[in-house]
Write a protein that binds this ligand. Structure first.
Ligand code: ARG
Length: 256
C-alpha cells in the first residue's frame, strides 16, 4: 500500500469517527428532570445542615433514590409548606415530598403516592411544665403550630386554646423556648429529633401520639401517571433493601 493511500484511509477513519461522535451527541438523551418541592425545615425529614447547601434528611434521600430508580435527575426546591399544593397546581414543581400527611381534604386537590412513613402528632412542653401531661390539658392554653399542618388543625379543635401559627416548625419551637407559648403540637418524629438533637434539651414530649398519620408524595391531579411511576419505584426500593437502608440511616431502626 502506498503511503498516500494509508494517510487517506487514516483521514477517512478520523472523519467517520468524528461524524459518529457528532451523531452520538445529538442522540444522547437529555436527563429528565424531576422538580421536587419541600419545606426543608423539618428535620429529620428535610433540612439543611449548617454550612451545607445540600438538602439532607429521610425524604431527601428517599426522593433521590426514587428519581434514580425512575431515571430522573432530582432538583429540590425549598418552599413554604403552605405553598406546596399550589406549587403542584401551578406546575412550579412536579412532586412534593415534605412529611406531608395523606388527608381526605388534600387528596381532593392532589394525588398521593402509597404511604411511605407512619407518623402521628405529639405535644412538646418545657421541661419544668407540670400542668400539661397530655393533649387534653391544652384547654385554654397557648399553642404554637406550623401553618397549614395537621398539627394546626388539631390545635384549633382544642377548647379556648390560643393557637399561634408560624411559617416553619423551628419558629414554633423557638417561641416555646422563649416562653411565648405553653406547647407545640407537631409530628412526633420531628419532636423526637428536636428534643434529642436540635438544642431542645429544655423541652419534653407529653402524652400518647394523638393521631395515626401516614406521609405521601404528592403530584398534581392531572399527573396520575407520575404517581404510578413513583409507586412502582417505591415498591422496587422496598424490595431491593434501599428503602430500609435509608430508614435505618435516619431513624436508627428498621421500618415497622
Ligand atoms: N405531617 C404534617 C402535615 O402534613 C406536617 C408536615 C410539615 N412538613 C414540613 N416539611 N414542614 O400537615
Amino acid at each position: 500500500m502506498s503511503k498516500k493511500l494509508i494517510s487517506l484511509m487514516i483521514v477517512g477513519v478520523l472523519i467517520l469517527s468524528f461524524g459518529l461522535v457528532g451523531c452520538g451527541n445529538q442522540a444522547a438523551p437529555t436527563a429528565k428532570v424531576l422538580k421536587v418541592g419541600s419545606d426543608a425545615a423539618f428535620a429529620p425529614f428535610e433540612f439543611q445542615e449548617e454550612g451545607s447547601k445540600e438538602y439532607a434528611g429521610f425524604d431527601m434521600d428517599l426522593i433521590r433514590a426514587i428519581g434514580k430508580q425512575m431515571g430522573y435527575e432530582v432538583q429540590i426546591q425549598n418552599m413554604g409548606f403552605d405553598g406546596l399544593i399550589p406549587g403542584l397546581d401551578a406546575g412550579t414543581v412536579d412532586v412534593t415530598i415534605s412529611a406531608m400527611t395523606i388527608t381526605e381534604e388534600r387528596s381532593k386537590k392532589i394525588n398521593f403516592s402509597k404511604p411511605y412513613y407512619k407518623s402521628g402528632l405529639t405535644t412538646v412542653v418545657k421541661n419544668d411544665n407540670t400542668t400539661i401531661k397530655n393533649f387534653a390539658d391544652l384547654e385554654g392554653k397557648k399553642i404554637a403550630v406550623q401553618i397549614g399542618t395537621t398539627g394546626a388543625d388539631e390545635a384549633k379543635k382544642v377548647k379556648n386554646a390560643q393557637v399561634r401559627e408560624f411559617n416553619t416548625a423551628p419558629e414554633a419551637f423557638l417561641e416555646l423556648k422563649a416562653g411565648g407559648v405553653d406547647a407545640v403540637v407537631n409530628d412526633k418524629p420531628v419532636n423526637d429529633y428536636y428534643i434529642a438533637k436540635a438544642g431542645g434539651k429544655d423541652a419534653k414530649e407529653v402524652g400518647q401520639p394523638l393521631t395515626a398519620e401516614e406521609y405521601g408524595i404528592g403530584t398534581a391531579k392531572k399527573n396520575k401517571e407520575l404517581t404510578e411511576k413513583i409507586d412502582k419505584a417505591l415498591d422496587e426500593l422496598k424490595k431491593n433493601g434501599e428503602y430500609e437502608k435509608i430508614y435505618v440511616k435516619w431513624f436508627g431502626k428498621k421500618p415497622q
